[in-house]
Design a protein around this ligand. Structure first.
Ligand SMILES: Nc1ncnc2c1ncn2[C@@H]1O[C@H](COP(=O)(O)OP(=O)(O)OP(=O)(O)O)[C@@H](O)[C@H]1O
Ligand SMILES: CC(=O)C(=O)O
Ligand SMILES: [K+]
Ligand SMILES: [Mg+2]
Length: 577
């Protein structure tokens, strides 16, 4: 019979309900998905044994066999964090999380594993590209790596949305656009390319457009004026020569004002993709082209009725409209992506840095994780080294205390995806150190979030805990959390030491992957907080990550059932003996 175990590096108790096998009081493991410790022989009398990974084992001739995991050794800690901790110590641990877009250059199991080893915390799948089967394979490969090799990579689906503004000339690389040249923007479907012709993705792209309107490509790569309307199609003359990239983004302007189409954020295809994502067990959904909080609320309601596990919903800020309703959108969502690609199509480029800073600030205030995305290391799609300006941009995002940085084309189609990831890793670590030396987190002013007394207590405890942790110079903060709330309140203060968030909820673990400075750890938690504290300290110590003399600041809010929550919120400092 086959028995599955989900814990890694653990000791298990074997409960054997049918001792009458042809092995007498012995049985053997005949196979395991991990491929190690198969063929081990175990005596009935010696009912404890160790195996090394999450696995499914086949026991020959044994019926009704089950495992009782020993909670004292049940530990789901990302192997990459573990290695980084051993190498760099607590303070050297990278706090900024890294998101990689998966594409043709990195979708194989081997490439995904290399990205995981390189520090990818979240894998982004953009539903604008690829087939259902392709996405399924990638999602399953990521889950397989997590289960079999002890990584903790979350899966984020990025919705396609209306893609109303996508135009494509059909060539694999960019095309020069000469001043005065006349181009046809068409909704006709044809294979390949035609001279001076671009295909518009959305049938209704020309609705409401008039002769004399301006069409801007990719925020200024090249511009046109509409000279003639031909049914759905537009004939346009180039007024600002430049380049047409494949899958370019178009914006339409009249008298200096953006023309708005007012389409829904989630279309039929998006709902089908979301359904598929739920069935594959994704962790996060990033919603493209969000214009208001309603789209987010609608999706969250849908998910809570359709998905048995919680899936976090992130709002992508990539339109002028979303900027007008920023606070309500951030408030409604579980996190935000500053999608600078599309944002730069609607917002003048010189405004992007301040817009980014403003969004990051609102997210900090409302305690929502924020991802800075697009063109961070764009030149590395082609070249093995970044530009100095790109390094400055990445550093600034880290300095703004973004929760996460994202690679797009750099990892999806680039020749140096792994190198780009290591650049993000190194630049983040460098800037985090510098921010710590400057004590920059002291400049973060936290507004009060909660209104109820328990919420305000939790906030105050976390604010004080971080101040204590920094002042005392403790090595780590430990927090025990069901839904990740306390962990996020600690992260919000951007403490010097890393935050180990112990949770017994797999979804909480995966969503905490996106939060600055949080190391999510899956453990069995009991109702006895003292027991949880000593068990987890022992676990981390047993891994050689804590040594005698190290100090840990412990924050707890897991309350025994039926108890008053406040009674079990506490801060303690434990020194390791
Ligand atoms: N699954 C994929 N298959 C093929 N190409 C991909 C895939 N994912 C990304 N790419 C390529 O990588 C480049 C950057 O990717 P990405 O999808 O992040 O673009 P984006 O325009 O920022 O996203 P969005 O469409 O959400 O605004 C794109 O030009 C696209 O060609
Ligand atoms: C990431 C994304 O969607 C953008 O930058 O537009
Ligand atoms: K998208
Ligand atoms: Mg976009």
């Amino acid at each position: 019979m086959a028995v599955a175990s989900n814990s890694i590096f653990s000791t298990h108790q074997i409960i054997w309900k049918n001792p009458r096998t042809r092995f007498g009081n012995r049985f053997s493991v005949v196979s395991s998905t991990w491929g190690c410790s198969n063929e081990g022989k175990f005596d009935l009398g010696k009912s404890r044994f160790k195996f090394r990974s999450a696995l499914e084992m086949d026991f020959e001739g044994v019926e009704n066999l089950s495992f009782a995991g020993n909670s004292n050794e049940y530990l789901g800690l990302d192997v990459v964090f573990e290695e980084e901790l051993k190498e760099k110590g607590f303070l050297g641990l990278r706090k900024t999380k890294l998101v990689c877009t998966i594409g043709p250059a990195c979708y194989s199991l081997e490439e995904l594993e290399k990205l995981a080893i390189g520090g990818m915390n979240v894998a982004r799948l953009n539903m604008c590209h690829g087939t259902r089967d392709w996405h399924r394979d990638v999602m399953r490969n990521i889950k397989r790596l997590n289960e079999e090799k002890g990584f903790c990579v979350s899966i984020m689906m990025d919705t396609e949305g209306s893609q109303i503004n996508v135009v494509d000339h059909g060539e694999p690389s960019s095309i020069k656009v000469e001043e005065g040249s006349v181009w046809l923007f068409t909704t006709q479907k044809f294979k390949g390319s035609r001279p001076l012709t671009v295909k518009a993705h959305y049938e209704g792209f020309s609705e409401g457009i008039m002769v004399g309107d301006e069409l801007v490509i990719d925020g200024g790569m090249t511009s046109f004026v509409v000279v003639e309307k031909l049914g759905n199609d537009l004939r346009c003359k180039c007024t600002d020569p430049g380049l047409f990239l494949p899958r370019a983004k178009l914006s339409s302007w009249r008298e200096g004002k953006l023309i708005n189409y007012g389409l829904p954020t989630l279309l039929e295809k998006d709902w089908a993709d979301i359904e598929f994502g739920i069935s594959e067990g994704i962790d996060l959904i990033a919603v493209s082209l969000v214009n208001d909080a309603e789209a987010i609320n609608h999706l969250k309601n849908y998910l809570s009725s359709k998905s048995s596990k919680p899936i976090k919903v992130l709002a992508k800020i990539e339109s002028i409209e979303s900027l007008h309703k920023l606070e309500e959108i951030v408030e409604a969502s579980d996190g935000v992506m500053v999608a600078r690609g599309d944002l730069g199509v609607e917002v003048p480029l010189e405004n992007i840095p301040t817009v980014q800073e403003d969004i990051a600030h609102v997210c900090r205030q409302l305690n929502k994780p924020v991802i800075i995305a697009s063109q961070l290391l764009e030149s590395m799609i082609e070249y093995p080294t970044p530009t100095r300006a790109e390094i400055a941009d990445v550093s600034e995002a880290v300095r703004q205390y973004a929760d996460a940085l994202m690679l797009s084309g750099e990892s999806a189609i680039g020749s140096y995806g792994h190198k780009a990831l290591s650049v993000l890793r190194m630049v983040s670590s460098r800037m985090e150190l510098s921010s710590r030396e400057e004590n920059r987190q002291s400049l973060l002013h936290q507004c009060q979030l909660g209104t109820s007394l328990p919420d305000r207590i939790a906030e105050q405890i976390c604010n004080c805990a971080v101040e204590m942790a920094n002042n005392l110079g403790v090595d780590a903060i430990f927090v025990y959390t069901k839904h990740g709330h306390m962990a996020s309140l600690l992260s919000r203060n951007r403490p010097n030491p890393p935050i180990f968030a112990f949770t017994d909820d797999g979804s909480t673990r995966m969503s905490l992957n996106l939060q600055w400075g949080v190391i999510p750890v899956l453990v069995n938690l009991s109702d006895d907080m003292e027991d949880n504290i000593s068990t987890t300290i022992d676990l981390i110590k047993a891994k050689g990550l804590l040594e005698q003399g190290d100090a840990v600041l412990v924050v707890s809010d897991v309350a025994p059932s039926g108890a008053c929550t406040n009674a079990f919120q506490s801060i303690q400092v434990k020194t390791i003996d």
